[in-house]
Write a protein that binds this ligand. Structure first.
Ligand SMILES: [Zn+2]
Length: 66
């Protein structure tokens, strides 16, 4: 069976990096981008797919802006 029903966004395998979600502490296995290690040796705040989804504000009329 093929799982090619939908074109999926390219995901990068980051399971080797040992990244955990800043929100739920789950280990992050893949990200839509390659995280860059910062000077302090961490990747900064990264969120798993689910938390990322929750954090994204919905466009419900109000706009962020200056
Ligand atoms: Zn999470």
């Amino acid at each position: 069976m093929d799982f090619q029903d939908k074109p999926k966004r390219q995901m990068n395998d980051v399971s080797d990096l040992g990244i955990t979600c800043s929100e739920c502490n789950n280990s992050i296995k893949e990200l839509p981008f390659v995280p860059n290690k910062r000077q302090d040796g961490t990747f900064g705040n990264l969120y798993c797919y689910e938390c990322n989804k929750k954090r994204k504000p919905r466009f419900s009329g109000s706009k962020f802006g200056r």
